[in-house]
Design a binder for this molecule. Structure first.
Ligand code: 7TS
Length: 409
């Protein structure tokens, strides 16, 4: 059993000190769904509504100017955080899902012809599958998927047959939300680009846990969500080369995204506003900025090292635990560890574990094609962040043992 290790960041998160089901102290292992928020992010959002609240980019008064400055500071900050050279290429969206839909609609549907191919993988979240199916249906493109090895990694031996001259887009997750696998995206970007394909990297599960530099990755589109990065929900981004975005039509029409409007036609605003129709999630941007400040102070190398440490310990102990079968053993793993407990239904497991105060996820975790590959309808998933500790895993394991007893194992 691992000794309790003090984690200096845990106390920054108010919710982590609460109890559930009476007197059970909360163990939060559902960070892949959404991370918890440190007090300073909650305070930044609250301060914005208390002291500043105004619409951006249109007001001619003090509050509107302050709100606009704070909103644009957040954009510049995210560009720096992700290594994007130009904030004009940072489009604020509602999250990863909306960002991918934006690219599917404004790039894929516009650029692809019948027979062109979009390559994804079997481990993708539905958000990185369904938008491409919708786009493919409209433009006649074909969707193909890289299969997986038994360890839960991309089967790179198949790439020779899948990545060809018809491949116009590779849309791939950086880190799997279900298996935890960290994919070799730099190598994949190089290979895809050598074949003349564009690349979208789904960074929903990488940006929260590791240093990401989109310029070094070399991808055309990078997408992520604030709420998995200690920031607010309803907030995310698409990061792309402004030159590429310039050549794409708008995704949504409305206020903010126009230059001139007549009854007959309209012209578009400059980037990034062309893709930000309507009043944006101003508090979301401000909260995200505070979250990025927090992550900057800790350092993403430290975030990655802490996550790696707590997850490696969890993998080692869960692998030895009677009745537990891990779904994957990738060589490189992010924050997620998924498993089955004997043949107990994952929903029963999650519900019983919750009675002990331990929050994990059960189900297909928005990865039904992956479930088909695994041959199960559902999994259990414990997903960690840098503020989790080995004690959390101990509580999970105790709760799993209780669950087994209840089911007569
Ligand atoms: N891509 C990946 C890899 C994800 O993990 C998620 C969310 C998304 C896309 C969609 O992000 P959103 O912010 O637009 O919803 N993943 C999960 C999860 O694993 N459990 O709940 C949400």
């Amino acid at each position: 059993m691992t000794e309790a290790t003090p984690n200096p960041y845990r106390s920054d998160f108010p919710v982590l000190s609460r109890k559930v089901h009476g007197d059970r102290s909360l163990v939060y292992l559902d960070n892949a769904a959404t991370s918890q928020k440190p007090a300073r992010v909650i305070d930044a959002v609250s301060r914005y509504y208390r002291e500043t609240n105004a619409n951006v980019h249109r007001g001619m008064h003090a509050l509107a100017e302050e709100a606009t400055a704070a909103y644009e500071d957040a954009r510049r900050h995210l560009a720096r955080f992700l290594g994007a050279p130009d904030p004009a290429g940072v489009i604020f969206t509602r999250g990863t899902t909306e960002s991918i839909n934006l690219v599917a609609r404004a790039w894929a549907e516009e650029r692809l012809s019948p027979g062109d191919e979009i390559l994804i993988s079997v481990m993708e979240h539905h958000s990185n599958i369904v938008p491409w199916q919708l786009a493919a249906r409209k433009c006649g493109a074909v969707l193909k998927a890289i299969p997986l090895t038994p360890a839960g990694e991309l089967d790179l031996d198949t790439l020779g047959g899948l990545l060809g001259e018809r491949t116009k887009l590779l849309a791939i997750t950086h880190v799997s939300n279900a298996l935890g696998t960290v994919n070799p995206v730099s190598d994949l970007v190089r290979l895809a680009k050598a074949n003349g394909a564009r690349v979208l990297v789904d960074g929903a599960q990488s940006a929260p846990h590791m240093p990401v530099n989109v310029s070094e990755l070399g991808c055309d589109f990078f997408v992520c969500s604030a709420h998995k990065m200690c920031g607010p929900t309803g907030m995310g981004a698409l990061v792309a080369d402004p030159e590429l975005l310039e050549r794409m039509p708008p995704f949504l029409g409305g206020g903010e995204m126009i230059d001139q409007v007549s009854i007959e036609s309209s012209t578009w605003a400059d980037l990034p506003y062309k893709f930000e129709a309507g009043t944006p999630h101003i508090a979301g941007a401000i909260g995200w900025d505070a979250a990025l400040d927090y992550l900057d102070e800790i350092g993403m190398e430290t975030v990655e090292a802490l996550t790696h440490e707590v997850v490696s310990d969890a993998v080692a102990r869960l692998s030895e635990e009677p009745g537990v079968t891990l779904t994957a053993m990738p060589a490189h793993r992010g924050g997620a560890v998924s498993f089955w407990l004997d043949d107990i239904h994952p929903h029963d497991v999650a519900q019983l574990v919750d009675q002990s105060g331990v929050a994990i996820r059960a189900g297909h975790v928005c990865c039904q094609p992956l479930m088909k590959h695994l041959g199960h309808a559902a999994i259990n998933r414990a997903s960690y962040h840098f503020y989790n500790t080995p004690d959390d895993t101990t509580r999970l394991i105790e709760a799993l043992r209780t669950t087994r007893k209840i089911f007569g194992y």
